[in-house]
Design a protein around this ligand. Structure first.
Ligand SMILES: Cc1ncc(COP(=O)(O)O)c(C=O)c1O
Length: 286
């Protein structure tokens, strides 16, 4: 049996969900998306994800097809229609269907699509040992703060990581750290947690905010500032974060150990806080 998805007002089996070949998402990659983790069937940081969705829609001048309350209702219904306790909800909004022309057509209806799959968070082995990453040049466009469905740059970079048997590719632009192909990046130096500031060169990660809040609450000094490539290469710890990977230690970069080569003390503390925070939020939502 095919999974239930949501398309333009209807819940239906994935194999019956059809869109036009003229959809601008298909033709131009003209749309935006979100990935929202749900733990015990409760969407995590949903409001923040919907705020980021609104920001992405505003940036590409698509009117939000639904108010927040309707998004919330539909996301909860989609989750209820799936079997897993922990899920990863994917939603995307494209500009809609029109004759192919680069300029924005007038009076068309955005296409709204949602699906959900089981959420697979990192295994204990990955959390305990960390992951290997490679580095690369960030050659994506200059609007990386928009969660655009045009992900060719990210896909090429992610494949370069996969080809090197690495979990992610840590990116530098003009000698400074930006992020990874599908994750935010943090470093620890001398007990301080450093992250690049939110600007047009990185996606404003929802997990990035959670990590920074938890670190600050633990009394770990946090600095948001441009980080040079040499600071990354000589960091005591490197972490990645995303909605599906939560927070993970990078223990090898370009084949060389990061710090001691094991997940660091600051990582272990924040990872533990993250797990406790998740449990607390889920209990409050129950
Ligand atoms: C390029 C990029 N940066 C950062 C992130 C992390 O964002 P979030 O924590 O909201 O999942 C993602 C997630 O997919 C991403 O694709």
């Amino acid at each position: 049996m095919s999974d239930t998805v949501y398309l333009n007002g209807e819940f239906l089996p994935a194999d019956q969900a059809k869109i036009s070949v003229l959809d601008r998402g298909f033709i131009f990659g003209d749309g935006v998306y979100e990935v929202i983790p749900a733990y015990s069937r409760r969407p995590f940081r949903l409001k923040e994800h919907l705020v980021r969705l609104q920001r992405s829609l505003d940036a590409i001048r698509i009117d939000n097809p639904m108010p927040e309350a309707e998004w919330t209702r539909l996301i909860q219904e989609l989750i209820a229609r799936h079997g897993s306790e922990d899920q990863s909800v994917y939603l995307q909004v494209t500009r809609g269907v029109a004759k192919r022309d680069h300029t924005f057509p007038k009076g068309i209806r955005p296409t709204v699509f949602m699906m959900s799959s089981p959420l697979t968070t990192p295994t204990k082995e990955l959390v305990d040992n960390g992951v290997a990453c490679v580095t690369g040049t960030d050659y994506r466009w200059l609007k990386c703060d928009i969660k655009s469905i045009s992900l060719l740059g990210n896909c090429l970079l992610r494949q370069a990581a996969a080809d090197a048997d690495a979990a992610e590719i840590v990116l530098f632009r003009d000698g400074h750290l930006t992020e990874a192909s599908a994750s935010s990046i943090f470093i620890v130096r001398d007990g301080r947690l450093l992250a690049p500031p939110k600007d047009h060169l990185i996606l404003p990660g929802i997990t990035y905010d959670v990590v920074l809040e938890l670190a600050a609450a633990c009394g770990i000094p946090v600095e948001l500032r441009p980080i040079s490539e040499s600071e990354v290469r000589s960091a005591d710890e490197i972490w990645l974060s995303s909605s599906t990977r939560e927070v993970l230690a990078v223990t090898k970069l370009d084949g060389k150990p990061v710090g001691s080569g094991r997940p660091g003390e600051v990582f272990r503390r924040v990872h533990q806080e993250f797990q406790a925070f998740k449990r607390k939020v889920m209990r409050q939502a129950a």
